[in-house]
Every structure is written in structure tokens, then in C-alpha cells.
Design a protein around this ligand. Sequence first.
Ligand SMILES: O=C(O)c1cc(=O)[nH]c(=O)n1[C@@H]1O[C@H](COP(=O)(O)O)[C@@H](O)[C@H]1O
Length: 245
Amino acid sequence: MNQAYKEMAGRLIVALDYPDATQALGLVEQLQGIPCYMKVGMQLFYAAGPDFVRELKDRGYSVFLDLKMHDIPNTVKGGAESITRLGVDMFNVHAAGGTQMLQAAYEGMTAALVSDDTLSKPIIIAVTQLTSTSQTVLNEQIGIEGTIQDAVVKYAKLTASAGLNGVVASAQEVPLISKTCGKEFITVTPGIRPAGSAIGDQSRVLTPGEAIQQGSHYIVVGRPITAANNPREAAEQIIKEMMEA
Ligand SMILES: O=C(O)c1cc(=O)[nH]c(=O)n1[C@@H]1O[C@H](COP(=O)(O)O)[C@@H](O)[C@H]1O
């Protein structure tokens, strides 16, 4: 495995959106040896819990725990402390929670790190606008005026000023985010669809190659891998496309 492959595979986050540990582990086994990041979201975590996260860590994976916390600051602080204790490498909150809530996530993480020096510091990112949100939904249902880009950049700035590491957004918005918050500010981009694959409930999509060209630090891919006839081949094809970009 060459270094370029290893680095690019490490920027692919595979969304393990499964109802139980058995099915999720089935995919993990199929992808064995590919040094990608693994994402545990609500469906799997609510079913399989912390044990599943530990299983992934035992297998040597970097883990993104995607629970999108959005609550009062004190609750998010406690949640962040518990999540950090699990030893995950990345977790997220909703930027819509505001500055105090974003800072509370950081404080919770810090409290865990202070109490246990064997833990490593996770990356904390904030969701700006979900990639399923379209311009119309933003304006007419969520009630935020202006363009998606403006709304995303506003939350990215809020996240940066609260001291968090980066944001979740569509790869379409990455150039603007990087221009505003700097190239080091981490962009994690779901809504990735290889050419010809079903868009489903996503709205703001780009291909894996386009996302890398836009400057995404990490791309998140679920169904284009999990629903493929041959998930391993699909993942390898995505990494190839990322390397060629
Ligand atoms: O935070 C996330 O990971 C996330 C944020 C967002 O704005 N959009 C989004 O799709 N996601 C997650 O990314 C994954 C995308 O899955 P697919 O649409 O199947 O590729 C899912 O697990 C979503 O929960």
C-alpha cells in the first residue's frame, strides 16, 4: 500500500448506517485492509452503543461519532465529555446551537482529557446546513433568509470563533468556507455521489473527485458504498477517483 493511497483512503469516511452491529461488522469485514475512517451515526449508535465504537477502535479504525448534538450548553458539555471518553477521533454538534453551546462542547472534551491523560484529543466539527437542505427548504421551511452559501459561511465563522476545528457542509461550499475561515479549518463533506449513483434524499451533492478538487478535507460516503453490489469495489473506485482528482 503506497503512501498516497493511504493518505487518500484516510480522507474517506464510510457511514455505517445499519440497524445493528452484525450488519455493520459485515461491511467492516468486507472493507478490511482499507485504511478509511468509519462513521457511527444515530441508527447504529442507538442500537449498538459504545461497545460498537470500542470494537472499531480495537480494530484500529479512526472513528467519527456522528450524533449531531443540539441541546442546552450544560447537556452538550456532558455529552461531549462522555463521547471523548469513548476515545473517538471526531464528533459533531449543530452550529445552530450557538456560541455558548459550541464552547460547551469544547469544555466537555477538555474535562474528559484532563481527567484521563491516555485519551487523545478528538476533532470537533459543527454541522452548518444539512446536505439534504435545499435553498427552498432553507428559506421556506427552516425560515432562514438568504442563500445557502451565506447561511453556511455564517455558521462556519461562528464555529471557528467558538474554537472548534471545522464544519460539516456540502463540498459545494468548501471554497467559500476555506476562504473565510482558512485552509486549516476542517471541512467534512457528505452528500457525495459518484457519477450515475442515486441522489436519494441529498440535495447539495458532488462527486468524490469534485469534492477533493474543491478542497474537502474528508468526504463522507454511505449508500454509494453500503448499497453497492460490491461495497469493496465501490470504496476502491471512490479512492481511485479521489487520487486522480
Ligand atoms: O454529519 C453528517 O455526517 C451528515 C451531515 C449532513 O449534512 N449530511 C449527511 O448526509 N450527513 C451524514 O452523512 C451520511 C451520508 O450518507 P449517504 O447519503 O448514504 O452517502 C449519513 O450518515 C448522514 O447522516
